[in-house]
Design a protein around this ligand. Sequence first.
Ligand SMILES: [Zn+2]
Ligand SMILES: [Zn+2]
Length: 338
Amino acid sequence: MVTAPESVELRDEPIPAAGPGDVVVRVGACGLCTMERRLFLGEKRFYPVAPGHEVAGTVVEVGAAVDGLPGSPKAGDVVTVDLLTRCGTCGPCRRGRSALCKRPQGGTLSDGTVSFGAGLSDLVVVKAAQAYVTGDAPIEHAAMGEPVACVVHSLRLGGLRAGDRVAVIGAGYMGRLHMSVARLKGAFSVGMVDVSEERLTEASTAGAGWTATPDRAAETGGKQDLVFVTAGAPGALETAISLCDDGGTVVLYGAFPKDLSVGVNPDAIHHHELSIVGVYSQEPEDWREAAGLIASGRLADDLSALVTARFALDDVGEALKLAATTPVYRVLVGGIDG
Ligand SMILES: [Zn+2]
Ligand SMILES: [Zn+2]
């Protein structure tokens, strides 16, 4: 758990037991995401807290009600785990939009400490319905299930079709995953836009059709059918709209500063049939597809290129420090000896 800015502590918890519909998963790897980085830096002050929501591991115990149920994970399966609590009963859940569930997220440890996943640990317990088998894929790839599910969700709500010209603003981890999945799903071309020349070079190596800084994007990439904004910086929406061809769609994936407002030209949106779509989180069908894509092995080279480092759980402080202070793609924790 993170107990204060730059302060991390490992605590002993009772061994979790599987309820009737649960599985217990021995954590093989847990990715460090924005929330962990912000907690460690003190940008988000909420202590103590047990974060870690990008978990994959091996099923070690199966609840009585799901044991032997066809299609449900079995002991020994490697799974990627959805740790969101989807209540199923609030308005958005009933409309099939469980990414927007109104029930407060998170749980508690045995002493009442708040957990947001608590995946930086040896074991997690989760509903079997929220554990997705990833076959023979390496554990580092399985641990990317949550971010890949977010990208599948983003492409689904954005309406990606094979043959689309795609641009991605932001060539960090989430931008690169957008590029990989869009290419796999048949995008005609995927261009990457970023302020960092280093990241553009790396995106090029990974298969970007073209790369450009934001000021050069229009002349380099031309008009696009779909523009994903994965880095919510001031100016990004305007750049995205300027890249859209008639009938195009801008997808706002990355978080923007809360108080940022920008002017858009409603008549241009009307006359050119532009769409602006917000996307957030993921839903069960996105998880199913993400686990399938990971299991297929067809993203393997791309996912391997995005593993910056892997640390033992004992070295979680070092892992958080690296993720919080250096530009990284993904830092993973767990499943190896320190
Ligand atoms: Zn995440
Ligand atoms: Zn709900």
